[in-house]
Structure formats: C-alpha cells, structure tokens
Design a protein around this ligand. Structure first.
Ligand SMILES: C[S@@+](CC[C@H](N)C(=O)[O-])C[C@H]1O[C@@H](n2cnc3c(N)ncnc32)[C@H](O)[C@@H]1O
Length: 290
C-alpha cells in the first residue's frame, strides 16, 4: 500500500486514544500532541487546527511505536530528539540530560551578572547538549563562552546545536571539570552539575532511569560534583569573578556554606519559578584566588 494511503483514524481520534493510554503521565494531553505532531511531521498548531484529517498508515504506525516507548518511560524529548530551552530548539539524545525549565533560573542569574556589551569569558561546566552555554552565548554576543563536559557524545550534540543556531562565540572542550580548561580563567563559571544522591529512589522513577546516570547522581549526599567545582573555582576565576551553581531542592544551605568556607563573598541563593531554592551565587574575594 502506498505510504500516503490514510487509515480510518483522524488526528482527533488518535489524540483522544493516546491521552487515555498516557493517562499515567502528568502531562498526557500535551505529550500526546507532541508525539502525534512528530509522527505526522506537522506542527502542534496544525494538528489542532485540522482535527478531522486522517493519519496515513505509516504515520499511525510511527505514532503507535512512540506511544509504546513513552509508556515504557522514555522521555518525550528523546523520542522526538528535541527540547526547547530558553526558546531555543535543541537537539537532545540519551547521552545528554533533557534540559529542565528550572535551569532557566541559572541563565537569568547569569545574565544579571553579565552587562550587555562587556567582553567577558564564561565557562559552563557539564554543558550536556549545551543548553546553558548556548542560551548565554545567544544573549551576550560580546562574551566568549566555553562549554565543557566529560562526555564526548554529549559534546557532539552541543556542537550540532551550535551549528544549527549559528552561534560563533562558543567553544567546546572535553574533560573532567577543570581538567578540561587547564590554566584558563573566567569571569563567570556556571554549572548545573549532577546533584542527586547515589541510591536516591527518584533515580528509579519517571523518566530518570533513561537519562545518563553521569548527569544525575553525585555521591552519597549528591554534593560531590558541587564540592569539586567550588574547590577548583578560585584558581579559574578572574578578579571579581562569579560562580553560579544549580542544586537540588534541599541543598541550598549546604551549598551556601561550602561557598563561604571556600572564601566566596556576596553569596546568595535564588528560587526557581516554582518557588524552590535552586541556584546559588558567590563572588570571589581577591585574597582567595589561586
Ligand atoms: C545535570 S547535567 C546538566 C546538563 C546541562 N548543562 C543542562 O543543564 O541541561 C550534568 C552534566 O555534567 C556532566 N558531567 C558529569 N560528570 C562530569 C565531570 N566529572 N566532568 C565534566 N562534566 C561532567 C554530565 O555529562 C552532564 O552533561
């Protein structure tokens, strides 16, 4: 049968059935729309504007496969290969964390510390698909952003995202935390590192089992990566530089204490849009620089 032959199921009927099938998911309706528009190769607005249109046999088959994978817990972003962050359409793969909306709080705080027009050096440690680095580079064209990650596959995705967005003020480097940037110094270091405690039951729930463990878990209390990043920051910050870190919902007090113990001043915490403590900032004191 030719690919374009329709089956007797309309967009509306396919969506209704999918909403039922995904009813265990918090956003079943939205997810069904994203997966159907992906399978049909049209936008979500087209999907909703023409509910009476019929799916082709091939589109219906692709949609059924995607629904089955979603029911098995695969994140929607891995199924479509795309997630929007800071209004940028980003490629994501199972080698990269799916960027979260709360991480936009980190970008907002970074932009407050980066006056437009200033030519500053920024480092994004653990860049994944490049979400934070690309968002900052897009907003601050005078700045030079370096994104680093230990995972070469993730960096490959970040580079692809950079090419598609045609942003020239970014470079990428591979290695574990500061090993990737050796003797380099920056005016702002940002990071959304792994911060879930090893063995936390959430790691086995929802979409998390499908995301890279390397991107999620970090030691007994979840703070191993944060400790390493804070400890190494004084040697990699320029005079009056800042460190900005995302952390878990119950970690703000501990991370602020770590910053103070490492000699940072002007330390402060910020909440995300859901009102959850999410980001800390610290300013390097001149006598603490390495
Ligand atoms: C929570 S994810 C954040 C990804 C991305 N920045 C974002 O916000 O969506 C943490 C990232 O840190 C990277 N990572 C884990 N251990 C690392 C290490 N030792 N050195 C550098 N990057 C590391 C992971 O590969 C992952 O991409």
């Amino acid at each position: 049968m030719p690919e374009t032959d329709p089956v007797e199921i309309s967009f509306a009927a396919a969506l209704a059935a999918a909403r039922d099938e995904l009813s265990g998911q918090m956003e079943a309706g939205r997810e069904a729309e994203i997966l159907l528009s992906h399978a049909a190769g049209i936008s979500r607005s087209q999907l909703l504007a023409y509910p009476e249109r019929l799916l082709t046999l091939e589109q219906h088959g692709v949609f059924r496969t995607l629904l089955g994978r979603r029911r098995n817990g695969e994140p929607v972003a891995y199924l479509t290969g795309c997630r929007e962050f800071w209004s940028l359409p980003l490629k994501v793969t199972p080698a990269t964390l799916v960027p979260r909306a709360e991480t936009e709080t980190l970008v907002e705080q970074a932009l407050i510390l980066l006056p437009p027009g200033d030519e500053l050096e920024i480092l994004d440690l653990g860049t994944g698909c490049g979400a934070i680095a690309l968002a900052i580079a897009g907003e601050r064209s005078h700045c030079r952003v370096t994104g680093s990650d230990v995972c070469e596959d993730a960096l490959r995705v970040a580079r692809e995202n950079q090419d598609r967005l045609a942003l020239e003020n970014i470079g990428w480097t591979q290695g574990s935390w500061y090993q990737a940037v050796a003797q380099c110094k920056f005016d702002l270091i940002v990071s959304n590192p792994p911060y879930v405690a090893d063995g936390d039951p959430h790691l086995a729930q929802g979409d998390l089992p499908h995301e890279p463990a390397l991107a999620l878990a970090s030691g007994k209390d979840g703070l191993n990566a944060i400790r390493e990043i804070i400890d190494g920051a004084p040697s990699h910050l320029n005079k009056s530089g800042w460190l900005l870190l995302e952390h878990g919902f119950d970690q703000q007090k501990s991370v602020l204490e770590l910053l103070i113990a490492a000699g940072f001043d002007k330390v402060c915490g910020h909440k995300d849009l859901a009102g959850i403590p999410r980001v800390v900032a610290g300013h390097i004191q001149p006598n603490c620089q390495g």
